[in-house]
Design a protein around this ligand. Structure first.
Ligand SMILES: Cc1ncc(COP(=O)(O)O)c(C=O)c1O
Length: 406
């Protein structure tokens, strides 16, 4: 009986996907899921292609093929270090943001004998799940209060720091679902007042703002290349070497100064370096263009959809790439709304897309007490989006709402 039910559920999902696939042939495509991943920039692809075809040496080999590969990695490290204003030795290349977060948290707990971690209930799962795993080993996590607008309550952070001085604090720079920004400098100041180590998941902000990690005062910072037109599967962790040493979590080789075993992903690292250059060269133009598109979508939705609102006031500020729309109750939930958009060629997201395509109500929406009967859709933009895509999206949203009503 149960197997028949599962089989029929699987069949209906396959059927729904086939309809979407078929419908997609007739509609324009508009990609508004840039927080999940961004399209790769052409110059990034070119730089990676050169490496893939011409530089295949293993950087750990002592012959000249290996030496060339090693030199390329070290040059990339120096260049990226300059963009972030850190020493090249403070950068550990990883397989993306998830690994960087795990390395920061598990690595500092192991080496610094951390017993208390302070974090927030609306972090990415790449922080929350390692915290859950560490709880089983006796490391306690204490969550700060979250303000109604999604911001970390500074008072609650200070209260926890007073209670647990010397903790590891892990708070994200920009929330990936609602775009709320953390004041990094103030948070770093508060952490250091109570001898705490400050780790920041900066996956959604590095490559979108000019970032000076030394000025911000953060001790550990995670970054992922595919969030700013670089390749998937590569990122980095910054470790403030003047202050801390952490333990590796992957063992088996001496790569990355013993901090991350495994043959380096050279095409990925070179692609990430080019993505940093691309971000730096286009920063202001991208910020202006994306902010304009976001504001335009928000304005048009307010005009055309009565009762619409925006989670955590994402229309008024926060990360400029995110607009999280809370639709009025009109008979379809987040999942149905996403499917209706998808049928019309529009890619957006409900909550975090990082966990197996699941669109069930997100932990962030729950924290903000958003009713599960209201569709919550995150539209996220990049410099490759256009106004005509936004116009198309608005017309299709109006169209979906009219169809449901009638
Ligand atoms: C805030 C945040 N942290 C971490 C991650 C994980 O990064 P990666 O996909 O590179 O593992 C994501 C991905 O969406 C994210 O948004």
């Amino acid at each position: 009986m149960i197997t028949t039910l599962i089989a029929s559920e699987k069949m209906s999902i396959i059927f729904a996907f086939s309809i979407i696939q078929f419908a997609n042939n007739f509609f324009m495509k508009a990609y508004f899921d840039n927080v999940a991943t961004t399209p790769i920039a052409p110059e990034v692809a070119t730089s990676m292609n050169n490496v893939l075809t011409d530089f295949y040496g293993n950087p750990s080999s002592s012959h000249h093929f290996g030496r060339i590969a090693k030199t390329m990695i070290e040059k990339a490290r120096t260049k990226i270090g300059r963009f972030l204003n850190v020493a090249p030795t403070e950068i550990v290349f990883t397989a993306g943001g998830t690994e960087a977060n795990n390395l920061a948290i598990v690595g500092s707990v192991d080496s610094l004998n951390i017993k208390h971690i302070i974090s927030s209930p609306i972090e990415h799962k790449a922080v929350l799940y390692p915290l859950e795993a560490l709880a089983k080993k006796g490391v306690e996590t204490h969550f700060v209060d979250i303000e109604p607008n999604g911001a970390v309550c500074a008072k609650s952070l200070e209260t926890l720091l007073q209670k647990f001085p010397g903790s590891l604090v892990s708070l994200m720079h920009a929330n990936n679902e609602i775009g709320t920004l953390l004041s990094m400098k103030d948070t770093a100041g508060l952490c250091h007042k109570y001898d705490a180590i400050f780790h920041c998941d900066m996956v959604q902000t590095i490559g979108h703002y000019e970032i000076d990690l030394k000025k911000l005062g953060v001790d550990l910072a995670s970054c992922s290349a595919h969030k700013f037109h670089g390749p998937q599967g590569v990122g980095l962790l910054y470790i403030n070497k003047e202050k801390i040493r952490i333990s590796p979590i992957l063992r088996g080789g001496s790569q990355e100064s013993n901090m991350r075993s495994g043959t380096e992903n050279i095409p990925g690292i070179i692609g990430m370096k080019t993505a940093f250059e691309h971000a730096h060269d286009n920063m202001e133009a991208a910020q202006n263009q994306v902010t304009h598109l976001k504001e335009y979508l928000a304005k048009e939705l307010i005009t055309n959809v009565p009762g619409i609102s925006f989670a955590a006031n994402s229309d008024k500020g926060g990360l400029y790439t995110i607009l999280t729309v809370v639709f009025p109750e009109f008979g379809i939930d987040t999942e149905m709304m996403l499917m209706n958009l998808d049928i019309r060629g529009i890619a957006a997201s409900g909550g975090s897309a990082c966990s197996s395509g699941s669109t069930k109500i997100s932990h962030v929406a729950k924290q903000l007490n958003i009713s599960p009967t209201r569709a919550v859709i995150r539209f996220s933009f990049s410099m490759f989006n256009t106004k005509s895509e936004v116009d198309y999206c608005i017309s299709k949203i109006i169209n979906i709402m009219e169809q449901v009503k009638s």
